[in-house]
Design a protein around this ligand. Sequence first.
Ligand code: NDP
Length: 493
Amino acid sequence: MIKKYKIAFSIAGAILLCVAIGAVSYIFTHSDKSLNINNVQEKNGIVELAVIGSGPAGWAAAIYGARGGFSTVIFTGAEPGGLLVKTTQIENYPGYISVMGPVLMEMMKKQATNVGVQVINDAVARIDSSTWPYKIETDGGTIIHALAVIVATGATPRKLSIPGEERYWGSGVTSCAICDAPFFKGEDVVVIGGGDSAIEEALQIAPYAKQVTILVRKSTMRAAPSMQERLKGYANIAVRYNVSVQEIKGDDHRITDIQVLNHETKRTEMMHISGVFLAIGHDPNTVLLKNMVRMNAAGYVTVKERTQQTSVPGIFAAGEVEDDYYRQAIVAAGHGASAALDATKFLHDIGWNESLKKQLGAQLFSVKSDKSEEKEPEKQAPKLPAKKVETITTQEAFNRLIQSNELVIVDFFTPSCTLCKQMFPIIESVAKNTNNVSFAKLDTLQVPSIAQQFFIQKVPCMLAFRNGSLVGRYNTIMNEQQLRDTLKQLEIV
Ligand code: NDP
């Protein structure tokens, strides 16, 4: 009997010990993260509000933050302006009968800088939420400490994951009609998807292509009836229902055919086309928040009901990164504003006030003086003699340039491509500080023969040459750090 009691007591003791250890470790780990105002005094490069992402949610959050009197920075990310810069006419944003997507984004940016938002043209590499103020580090090496963070990183266009898609990405497969439609003059192309984007893409391509066929996997389109109405009157746009693309085939340089499965007949057929435009929805950009905040089954950030608060205090989410339901620019902007108001309440609740802010003085981050705590060595490197980016307008000039025995980077663009315009200042800035590399830009519509020679069907596209040979091809938009890293790799080649 006594033995039984002894065993029971030792089990109970062990359980109590485990609970005690658990409680201590909980308090320890959470006190490390605790929102202790005194922590602020130990840091440099402090901002009250950091906004990550520069779509409608990001700009709205930043505008509300700065107008609320907070020192506010916005990190524009690798694709400033978000998805709206790839859109043309917007007719459902209140206040505008009709406005071009890139124009609307530019106006949001102007409004934000006008109210004192500090703009950092860089992408955030990581957020450290294990200490507070939260540490944010960019690809370019800037580090700040933020009292509150609003993540508005949006979503990325989905891919099909079928054979041939990666192989011909940029050589016939694209997700940006406004950028790449001019490359398909007089050709037959398909748009895949049945939403508003598919219709918008088809309308953007129709003035260039001979025939545009929208391939919808179901028997109906998800697009709004008003959008479907817009297709009427376009003789060169057709819609095919109940079909899925299984494979993209080509001649190694460009697309020649796609294999399509007809769900009604269960038969496959080949379609002879030269362009595939994807419009099959988006995935939320949550990589910065992985293992940090709660997300739903579809991977969208979960926010507390009627607020933009994530599961981590002081970190908020707004726009398509958390909204898998409405996915509208105006809703994203509204959520951005709500997030800034939630951040305001959070700062007040933890006891943050004007007199504490005043004490910070030189500890506050400023883009001009850039008092971030640490810097990448490259940022402090001595300035080299300025190097210009040449504009190539003829085949002869191009041939001459690429014969150089130093590395030559040629940036291919089209005048209507907004992402291309975003690359110009990045290339110019890197060119200024880079020796032994020549930079040039080339309007592919002005010298189409060169684009054809290198099978360029997607811009922006950067080609790297040395001694007349192609040594690199890049179809993605890069920030300064990524471009510098690419050049470093090419120098080794
Ligand atoms: P949606 O998610 O609305 O539509 C995606 C479409 O792609 C659906 O038809 C879906 O088919 C289809 N799809 C998904 N995966 C595949 C696949 N693997 N193969 C074939 N088809 C596939 O995305 P959108 O980008 O069109 O729109 C996103 C949001 O942006 C929406 O809210 C829309 O209203 C808005 N928008 C508004 C515009 C405007 O007002 N001017 C313009 C563009 C977008 P299924 O239906 O079978 O699931």
